[in-house]
Design a protein around this ligand. Structure first.
Ligand SMILES: [Zn+2]
Length: 141
């Protein structure tokens, strides 16, 4: 292109006269096209979302404990085993330290605590530790 020395208008390479001011451009050197200086927006790289397969961590002890605690609390609940429920509590507490099986640990802990509560109630009822009105109700006493 030819830049008019008079008015700085950019003219075609073939232009003999400036299209704006009519200046003679025959002796004006052809200039290379200015590189499109579109303010190159700072290359905002999209957050690299390369899917990295989550490295399968080996099962740690807390995970195993959570599983053991969950199972033993379940078994303890349904069989009302006094031995298994504390085991379920302890292992669930241990399993709580593992970040992967925390939900399982909470479940095991809840189940074993409920089971313990039921068991305590049953034992107290059977051994007449609870007053009559609690066992039979106030009006049936
Ligand atoms: Zn001009």
């Amino acid at each position: 292109m030819k830049v008019c020395p008079n008015c700085n208008h950019s003219n075609m390479d073939s232009a003999s006269f400036c299209t704006t001011c009519g200046m003679d451009l025959t002796n004006t050197p052809i200039q290379p096209e200015p590189i499109q200086t579109v303010p190159s927006a700072p290359q905002v790289m999209p957050p690299v979302t390369v899917y990295q397969p989550k490295e399968q961590e080996p099962y740690s002890w807390p995970d195993v404990c959570a599983i053991i605690g969950f199972i033993s609390s379940l078994v303890g609940l349904f069989w009302c085993s006094v031995v298994l429920l504390p085991v379920g509590v302890i292992f669930s507490l241990l399993g709580f330290m593992g970040h992967r099986t925390r939900g399982l640990a909470i479940a095991g802990l809840t189940i074993s605590l409920i089971g313990t509560l039921i068991k305590v109630c049953v034992v107290m009822t059977q051994s007449n530790l609870l007053p009559d009105w609690v066992v039979k109700g106030i009006f049936n006493a």
